[in-house]
Design a protein around this ligand. Sequence first.
Ligand SMILES: Nc1ncnc2c1ncn2[C@@H]1O[C@H](COP(=O)(O)OP(=O)(O)OP(=O)(O)O)[C@@H](O)[C@H]1O
Ligand SMILES: Nc1nc2c(ncn2[C@@H]2O[C@H](COP(=O)(O)O)[C@@H](O)[C@H]2O)c(=O)[nH]1
Length: 174
Amino acid sequence: MLIVLLGPTGSGKSTIEKKIGQSGIHRLRSHTTRLRKPGESEDAYYFVKKEEFKKVDLVESVLYKNSFFGLSREEVEIAETKDCVVTLDWNGAQQIKHRIPFAVTIFIDCPMYQLEKRLPIEIDSEKRKKIMEQVVLDSKCAANCDYIVRNYDGQLDEACAQILEICRQSKKSD
Ligand SMILES: Nc1ncnc2c1ncn2[C@@H]1O[C@H](COP(=O)(O)OP(=O)(O)OP(=O)(O)O)[C@@H](O)[C@H]1O
Ligand SMILES: Nc1nc2c(ncn2[C@@H]2O[C@H](COP(=O)(O)O)[C@@H](O)[C@H]2O)c(=O)[nH]1
């Protein structure tokens, strides 16, 4: 079973991945050529050089902000026997939907004003404006996802419970 999370920055995708991980949902690890961000955990991705990335057997890949991201066949195969979650952009999610019939896409929804409040305080107004413009673009894919789950402020437990329920129902209908 493979759950693919999508949603704008700050909607809570990594927080949800961690929380549903406590219920036994395994997080798949993507490869990327981007550098590790300060404070980012070492296992957030397989951080690799472009030459190495090109050699990986990938099920899907995208070029995003000058860096490559992709999910390897080896990672996807884990989802054949285990309940798994991965966060992808819309382009990658479409590729996965074509190739992995049991993948379920879930858009994580949050109101704009809450997303803006969740942005780190040090981000200046110019950058905030750009990020929020991208939020509008990223939100357009919601209607094409299999499910939309609200992760409004204070509703993390409810959001995770809904995702676990979707996982249960999807396995039943397989
Ligand atoms: N239900 C919620 N209520 C309040 N705060 C939340 C909730 N869910 C997540 N947050 C907070 O919102 C912030 C952004 O969450 P997170 O990093 O999980 O988002 P994301 O979608 O993974 O973002 P990005 O795409 O930028 O990596 C974090 O500070 C997190 O603690
Ligand atoms: N198509 C894919 N998109 C991916 C993958 N791993 C992450 N992502 C998406 O890339 C951007 C940037 O991520 P960040 O860690 O730099 O914030 C974000 O939209 C992720 O959802 C992947 O394997 N394939």
